[in-house]
Design a protein around this ligand. Structure first.
Ligand code: DC
Length: 237
């Protein structure tokens, strides 16, 4: 898109539940604005992979937290093709495996882990702001805890049904009642687990709410771009 140029050091925080479309939107937004992209869920997923491989008891919060000092996480910030590394090892596809998806809530509800993640995510955002590269970060607590200083903070929501339909289409290519039933627990159970450690259903002061239930991707993107502070979108229309 040529109607938007790179705003210097722009930071955008996007939160939302599973299936709200936040990672798709965050990537498109980063590409459109020419800024970086940070998938904070991938950081929790990477630690989950390492914890599973190390054989540590995932319910033992101290033991999991003991893995953190030597956790060498790298996420490249290219929104077109994000890659994740632990040390020199690429984990991009491994962290999307069902074994990691099923275990990640045990890691992301560990408050020792959260404190470490928040600090690292905050640093990435602050650096992107200071060095002018800019960043869109997405997760559950970015607008509230990680980087409330962001130039734009958005909470993306969608009804559980709309999110189940999206997930079913993604996985099975249709949203028949049978397919919806198969994804119900992925949406409903994950909302329940995630909501024990972060509030991502009601926007706090200064956080913009966008309901994506009845919008397509382009509609959501336009809605978010229209919320950018004056002069930040570079829109020449
Ligand atoms: O968005 P995702 O599915 O990749 O997130 C993986 C898990 O990490 C999910 O249980 C939500 C959790 N998470 C979190 O608690 N805080 C974040 N900032 C990002 C993800």
């Amino acid at each position: 898109m040529s109607d938007v140029h790179s705003p210097h050091g722009l930071t955008i925080a996007i939160d939302g539940p599973a299936g709200s479309g936040k990672s798709t939107i965050a990537k498109l937004l980063a590409r459109r604005l020419g800024i970086g992209y940070l998938d904070t869920g991938a950081m929790y997923r990477s630690l989950t992979l390492i914890a599973l491989e190390s054989g540590v008891d995932l319910d033992d919060h101290d033991a999991v937290a003991a893995l953190l000092p030597s956790l060498d996480l790298h996420a490249d910030s290219n929104p077109d093709d994000p890659h994740f590394f632990v040390g020199n090892r690429e984990v991009t596809s491994l962290i999307r495996s069902s074994i990691v998806s099923e275990a990640v809530a045990k890691i992301s509800t560990n408050l020792l882990v959260r404190a470490w993640m928040v600090e690292h995510q905050r640093q990435r955002m602050a650096e992107a702001s200071a060095n002018g590269s800019g960043m869109v970060a997405e997760g559950r607590d970015i607008t509230t805890v990680v980087y409330p200083e962001a130039d734009l903070r958005v909470l993306l929501v969608a009804s559980p049904l709309a999110r189940m339909k999206r997930r079913a289409k993604e996985l099975f290519g249709d949203d028949s009642p049978e397919s919806l039933e198969k994804v119900r627990s992925q949406i409903v159970d994950r909302d329940a687990a995630d909501s024990t450690v972060s509030e991502f259903t009601n926007p706090g002061p200064g956080i913009e709410l966008v309901d994506t239930s009845d919008l397509d991707i382009e509609g959501v993107l336009e809605a978010v771009i229209s919320l950018l502070p004056a002069g930040m979108s570079g829109n020449h229309n």
